[in-house]
Design a protein around this ligand. Structure first.
Ligand code: NAD
Length: 473
């Protein structure tokens, strides 16, 4: 773990093994932290807050820029660590490590640009101000699918705004997070500004720690509900980035090549283990056969394999449980009469016997009520359905408890605009790849949570407004 700038063991002395999902081999052994370690980390963060929050904002920005640049020089060191603990391909890991550094730099740019307001009051011998202050110590709880991106989404705006952080990666992906935070510290981030605690038990301890004033969680919807209930006891602010089941609608007039590329990347990137991902596909009758053919051709090129192997196009799933879950969802669809037009099983033989590999899978004729429509499919399996028109597409798209991302492919601007207005989601892409941009606020609606990451909005959510009245002037 990293507390007050130092690598440290758990108070209990306990450790656990981190294993490679592609081979089952032990990658490393790390401390299994607990409540006592969270307490140490929270106190370290509170001490650091007294100086970090008072630095001039331009100085904070300089420090963060230098630290971010140092992380960017370490991408080739960090990427294989991420691949070995998470499973994703080296290319995907490089992108993620790079994004970590870029995200810190993006928010560093904001540190001295956000300001308060002067407000005229009726009594002209007084005047009002609205000032923005950092909140204090913030807790950041991260899942295993994008350990670095999702850590940066929380840490970067928090520290740019003058807060300090206790960060908890998922228990199966601690190593790349430690490497990134260590690189920030080597690059000049003062000790205690970001502390990392490891182990399953540290999540609940963060949420209930009295010194921690805000909790940002990315995780599943059931975890989000538990965290919110626990955080309510301490009246803490919460940001919840939860599960999703993003619909994609493709109309007859769409650019089918562009759509096929975006859907393929959107569903199969990171072995389908992404919150923002094309998880339900609705295609108008006239485009259906041609699009399906293109999707199958693309899926056929996604060779599963160990992420460290340069020929692999899709790593293994992260855990055996995750793979079983996706397989059960596909089986449920097939048992109800659906047909796998590509994949539907596991690649077998050789290296495939040692890891949690799965084939990219496309399933058609999935009946209403099947788990692939009603649940989040957190793996590389895509249900496809033929629709008559946009009305039907929008009705089916919105028939979900989730509301994270959504997309539409059409050259008809009126249809696109209607989808933008009516799709119940925190994000809609029109004829574009589902990528979360630094510049745009990202977050869900419905059971996908609330609060924003990315954009100026995320920065503001790591500040509190305070009103001030100056009298007698
Ligand atoms: P998870 O909910 O099991 O765990 C997420 C994190 O929360 C982990 O660090 C875990 O240890 C911690 N945690 C679990 N229970 C906790 C508790 N009671 N109190 C405090 N912390 C607790 O999720 P996962 O399986 O690691 O990740 C997959 C889920 O995350 C999917 O549902 C996916 O859609 C979602 N996700 C959402 C986004 C988004 O931005 N909306 C992004 C990526 C993943």
């Amino acid at each position: 773990m990293i507390i007050e700038g130092e690598r440290t063991k758990a108070e209990s002395g306990k450790t656990y093994e981190v294993r490679n999902p592609a081979t089952g081999e032990v990658v490393d052994e790390v401390p299994a932290g607990g409540a006592a370690d969270v307490d140490r980390a929270a106190h370290a963060a509170a001490r650091a807050f007294t100086t970090w929050s008072k630095l001039p904002a331009n100085k904070r920005a300089d420090i963060l820029h230098r630290a971010a640049q140092h992380v960017l020089t370490k991408v080739e060191h960090i990427a294989p660590i991420l691949t070995k603990e998470q499973g994703k391909t080296l290319l995907e890991s490089r992108i993620e490590a790079q994004r970590f550094g870029e995200n810190i730099a993006w928010f560093a740019d904001l540190a001295d640009k956000i300001h308060g307001e002067h407000v005229r009051l009726p009594d002209l011998t007084t005047y009002g101000l609205v000032i923005r202050k950092p909140i204090g110590v913030c807790g950041a709880i991260v899942p295993w699918n994008f350990p670095l991106t999702l850590a940066a989404n929380k840490v970067a705006p928090a520290i740019a705004a003058g807060n300090t952080v206790v960060l908890k990666p998922a228990s199966t992906t601690p190593l790349s997070t430690l490497a990134c935070i260590e690189a920030l510290i080597e690059g000049g981030l003062p000790e205690g500004v970001v502390n990392v605690v490891l182990g399953q038990a540290t999540g609940e301890a963060i949420v209930s720690h009295p010194l921690i004033r805000k909790i940002a969680l990315t995780g599943s919807t059931p975890t989000g509900k538990k965290v919110m209930a626990r955080a309510a006891e301490g009246l803490k602010k919460v940001t919840l980035e939860l599960g999703g089941s993003d619909p994609c609608i493709v109309l007859d007039d769409a650019d089918l090549e562009g759509a096929a590329r975006a859907i393929s990347v959107g569903r199969f990137f990171n072995c389908g283990q992404a919150c923002l991902a094309v998880k339900r596909l609705y295609v108008q009758e006239g485009a259906y056969d041609a699009l399906l053919e293109k999707l199958v051709a693309r899926a056929a090129k996604l060779k599963p394999g160990n992420g460290m192997d340069k020929d692999s196009r899709m790593g293994p799933m992260h855990t055996e449980t995750q793979r079983s879950e996706v397989e059960a969802q596909v089986k449920d669809a097939v048992d109800r009469g659906a047909k796998a037009v590509f994949g539907g099983g596991r690649p077998n033989g050789g290296e495939y016997e040692r890891g949690w590999f799965i084939e990219p899978t496309i399933v058609e004729n999935v009946p209403d009520g099947a788990r692939m429509w009603t649940e989040e499919v957190f793996g590389p399996a895509l249900p496809v359905r033929k629709i008559k028109d946009l009305d039907e597409g929008l009705r089916l798209a919105n028939d979900s408890q989730y509301g994270l991302g959504s997309s539409i492919w059409t050259t008809n601007m009126a249809a696109a605009h209607r989808a933008v207005e009516e799709l119940e989601a925190g994000y809609t892409w029109v004829n574009a790849l589902q990528i979360a941009h630094d510049e745009l606020p990202f977050g869900g609606t419905k059971q996908s949570g609330f609060g924003k990451e990315h954009g100026v909005e995320a920065y503001l959510q790591y500040t509190e407004e305070k009103s001030v009245v100056y009298g007698g002037v």
